[in-house]
Design a protein around this ligand. Structure first.
Ligand code: EPZ
Length: 432
């Protein structure tokens, strides 16, 4: 198995370029099958989740052409099945966006029920509520969700939870329904807005994405489009916090600073300097930073996908911080791994009491999920000595060339095979 090996202690410095947003790209790729014309999607991140969804799209008969690492051309005219096999759902939950896309286009779709995962149970009741409100009959049998409708009619849908997935899935199905659909209490994340913008570029009529009410007027047909995915807010935020944790000076390029406001505000609050440019943001920290309170909330609040990373940063700051996870019921599993590096964090329910320590020591740790894995890397970058991070396939689901980008910022970090002692020794000799 591959692992990251890190020798901590280097301040990150220089520039890093952010890739396209994974969580926008997944919804956009699913939406691309809703037309029989060709669609070109640019600025795709070259990460595992994208590869899996493209395989799922190909598995139902669509044409998929990888123009280059970051561009795909898709045509849904040859789709021969509306059944998305478990293999794809098991590997990435977001394959369930094909439910909304295929239901919208063919009025029929079957997708395996996504399981829970390491951060919570992750039900899909709001997705189903939306499909049924549009007139679909939804059945769950043999581990599959089957949604079908004579035709789909717009409706007024109030989401009990501002769910990103449900908002996107309902938008997909409603785009080709008859009449107007109103979604109240929708998710407002930048990636939700990006999926709506993409659908509109295909001829859909969606207004209000990113606000408290989304209005969709169904159209009869969608046409081809060429579209570029927005920058990844979470990848950018991860590098911002890594720069602050290592007391570095990093300019993060190809970002939308507005999407990063919650993270920038917290960095300034604890004593880092943040400078915004049109499509870049610079983070500088020259001293040990202070404590704060974090509560994860739907956008524009502090993103839950940044919670492990900021907890890792606060673990080495002065004073005691409180981190409250209000989105998921089980997103502090990584704290036990951080403890192996000398952190002093007590988890009580959905709160983590983070008593800052002056320094961490390197250890062998295991990534329990994607964002927790990134948090362990941040801790490894500041820990004294060597840290190895196992199960990095989680991290590679959402971060393109993570260790290479960190190395280009001055980190002593490589990806090695955990059985390859020679490579590990070579790394240790090289970095000293
Ligand atoms: C998306 O997941 C992201 N994944 C997650 O990012 C992110 O953590 C999450 O949004 C919240 O921002 C993708 O976009 C592929 P939700 P999603 O539906 O859509 C509850 C990452 O690291 N809920 O907004 O599954 C649910 O239990 C991943 O990139 C219901 O109760 O999240 C959770 O508590 C991890 N019923 C809350 O809503 C439903 O029908 C938020 O879930 C749906 C959700």
């Amino acid at each position: 198995m591959e692992q990251y090996i890190i020798k901590g202690g280097k301040a990150l410095a220089g520039e890093v370029c952010i890739n396209g947003a994974k969580n926008a790209a997944l919804g956009i790729l699913a939406a691309s099958v809703m037309t029989d014309d060709f669609v070109t999607i640019e600025n795709l991140p070259d990460v595992r989740d994208i590869h899996v969804l493209l395989q799922a799209i190909e598995s139902i008969g669509a044409k998929v052409e990888r123009v280059n690492r970051h561009t795909a051309r898709i045509c849904g005219s040859t789709i021969s099945s509306v059944v998305v096999e478990n293999e794809y759902i098991r590997r990435i939950r977001a394959s369930y966006y094909l439910l909304g896309a295929l239901l919208g286009k063919y009025k029929n779709a079957q997708v395996s029920l996504p399981g829970g995962c390491d951060i919570g149970s992750r039900p899909i009741d709001q997705h189903i509520k939306g499909f049924e409100a549009l007139g679909a009959k939804v059945k769950i049998h043999h581990g599959m969700i089957e949604a079908e409708a004579e035709h789909l009619t717009g409706n007024h849908i109030y989401l009990d939870v501002a769910s990103v997935g449900a908002t996107i899935n309902i938008m997909l199905a409603a785009a080709l329904a008859d009449g107007q659909t109103i979604i109240e209490n929708p998710a407002k994340e930048p990636h939700v807005v990006d999926v709506a913008s993409f659908l509109n570029s295909m001829g859909a009529n969606i207004k209000g994405a990113g606000t408290d009410v989304i209005r969709i007027v169904g159209v009869t047909k969608l046409h081809g489009s060429t579209y570029s995915v927005i920058p990844d807010q979470i990848e950018a935020g991860t590098f911002m916090l890594a720069a602050a944790a290592t007391r570095g000076d990093v300019t993060i390029r190809s970002v939308i600073p507005k999407h990063l406001e919650a993270i920038s505000a917290k960095l300034v609050e604890i004593g880092a300097e943040v400078e915004e440019f049109d499509d870049a943001i610079r983070v500088v920290a020259t001293k040990r930073l202070g404590h704060t309170q974090i509560k994860t909330l739907p956008y524009p609040g502090f993103p839950t996908d940044m919670q492990p990373q900021i907890t890792a940063l606060l673990a080495i700051c002065k004073g005691t911080s409180i981190v409250t996870e209000s989105i998921y019921e089980n997103r502090f599993k990584y704290v036990d791994e951080l403890a192996r590096m000398g952190t002093n964090i007590k988890v009580e329910g959905n709160n983590a009491i983070v008593n800052g320590v002056a320094e961490l020591t390197g250890a062998s740790v295991c990534a329990p999920d994607l964002r927790a894995g990134a948090a362990l890397v941040i801790a490894g970058l500041v820990a004294e000595g060597y840290t190895t991070v196992e199960q990095i396939y989680y991290i590679e689901r959402g971060y393109e060339c993570f260790e290479q980008k960190m190395r280009e910022l001055g980190a002593d970090m490589e990806k090695v095979d955990s059985e390859d002692n020679k490579a590990i020794q070579k790394f240790k000799l090289k970095v000293g």
